[in-house]
Design a protein around this ligand. Structure first.
Ligand code: B12
Length: 361
């Protein structure tokens, strides 16, 4: 581990500078902690024991590194935790309530946050390295890219509290923000700014969840979560979840939309998170009729691309099965049967059955 020479460095000034540089890069909050993940590690263990992670086996891997930052990046004694708003338009309910429209999670309307935030954190680490010789410290930036418990770290850093919907919520901006962090060995002064949990007796998130995915407050059974089913599940979506999915075709925001702390949400000023290709307002049929090359072209640089064309069609087929009966929908679903995989066919059949039932009534 590199030896840190404190003599020539004003660490208070450096911490203040880091927050200032972070702000200039577009982060709304930057805060520094000496990580303590004891409580969160216990909760993670229970969550995994209950198999709430479903097929996300990567969540069960590297448990020690996830729970012990210095095991992931040698010498880590501080975490610089950051947050960035992503909501581009607060009027998402109209799309969600329109059965012919596709509801895409607001985080996925623009460019992939992984790339955007990692790049910005890369710039921040470079700027820090200009102040301290590289051989004197270790550091590494992350955004949802490694075994890191981002929410408990951010909670400890005072960026919000973990709510009953398991998301980090801040009383002044709500929860529509991404998290990221830099692990570092620099002994920076820490911020002890933990926010009080203000969920109180409210259970709005749990009550509105279309699939009842919260077995208890602060605990999500990912297998039941529409976000997991539409993004992480690579196979068949359980039949009993298809109708409650409604028109949610990529991720789900219901547990945020109805959270009282999101009544007046912060809006992003980042151009990169603005909706592309009308994804905030497109019809299910329009997206279902995208050809594969069109899908590849229109999802370039978008988080949607990672599910691939087949799963995209699978999710949209469910949305179309839930849409009002319409002969054009039936025509498009039938046309997709040709050359489709067994996995996709299973969902097309289901959607056709649903459509025929409505058209014959
Ligand atoms: C796995 C994962 C998922 C999974 C599982 C979600 C989950 N709750 O674990 C799925 C695919 C479902 C998912 C969905 C979403 N995700 Co996600 N996801 C992650 C990831 C990679 C890990 C989360 C994790 O550690 N889970 C493990 C379990 C044990 O943690 P937990 O459920 O949060 O439980 C904690 C607390 O609730 C508490 N706890 C647990 N049990 C109990 C019991 C009691 C009594 C108490 C008091 C507390 C308590 O301790 C736990 C540990 O801190 C993080 C990125 C990262 N590396 O951290 C992003 C992350 C959490 N996701 C994010 C987002 C944006 C989403 C979605 C909104 C996307 C969407 N619109 O579809 C949804 C929201 C769904 C939801 N309500 O969580 C953001 C959240 C930002 C924020 N404001 O909080 C993150 C931080 C990514 C990022 N870098 O910005 N996600």
């Amino acid at each position: 581990m590199p030896e840190f020479d404190q003599n020539n460095i004003d660490l208070d000034q450096l911490a203040a500078n880091i927050k200032h540089w972070g702000g200039n890069l577009g982060f709304q909050r930057v805060s520094i902690i000496a990580p303590d993940l004891k409580y969160a590690s216990e909760k993670l263990k229970t969550w995994l024991d209950n198999k709430y992670h479903g097929s996300m086996n990567w969540m069960a891997k590297h448990e020690e590194k996830r729970c012990t930052p210095e095991k992931l990046v040698l010498g880590t004694i501080r975490v610089i935790s950051v947050r960035m708003n992503y909501l581009s338009d607060p009027n998402m309910i109209a799309t969600l309530k329109d059965d012919n429209k596709a509801y895409i999670s607001r985080y996925a309307l623009g460019k992939d946050y992984h790339k955007i935030i990692r790049k910005k954190l890369g710039s921040l680490t470079k700027r820090i390295a200009e102040e301290i010789p590289k051989e004197q410290f270790n550091h590494r930036p992350f955004v949802d890219s490694a075994p890191v418990l981002e929410k408990p770290l951010a909670e400890q850093a005072g960026l919000g509290w973990i709510g009953k919907n398991t998301l980090l919520i801040d009383k002044s901006v709500g929860s529509w923000f991404f998290l990221g962090e830099i692990y570092t060995s620099i002994p920076l002064p820490v911020d002890n700014a933990k926010e009080a949990n203000l969920c109180g007796k409210c259970k709005a998130c749990m009550n509105v969840c279309p699939t009842n995915a919260f077995p208890e407050p602060y605990v999500l059974d990912a297998k039941k979560c529409i976000s997991y089913q539409t993004i992480e599940n690579k196979g068949i979506i359980p039949k009993e979840l298809r109708a409650p999915m409604g028109n949610r075709v990529f991720g789900c925001d219901d547990c945020q939309i109805w959270c009282p702390w999101n009544r007046d949400p912060a809006i992003t000023s980042e151009e990169v998170f603005q909706p592309r290709h009308n994804l905030d307002n497109a019809s299910l049929l329009e997206l279902f009729n995208w050809s594969e090359p069109e899908f590849q072209e229109k999802t370039l640089g978008s988080p949607i691309r990672r599910i691939g064309y087949e799963r995209w069609l699978r999710n949209l087929a469910i949305g179309l099965g839930n849409a009002p009966g319409c002969s054009n929908i039936v025509k498009s679903l039938k046309a997709r049967m040709v050359n489709s995989s067994e996995m996709l066919k299973e969902h097309l059949h289901w959607a056709l059955e649903e459509q025929n039932r409505k058209l014959n009534n």
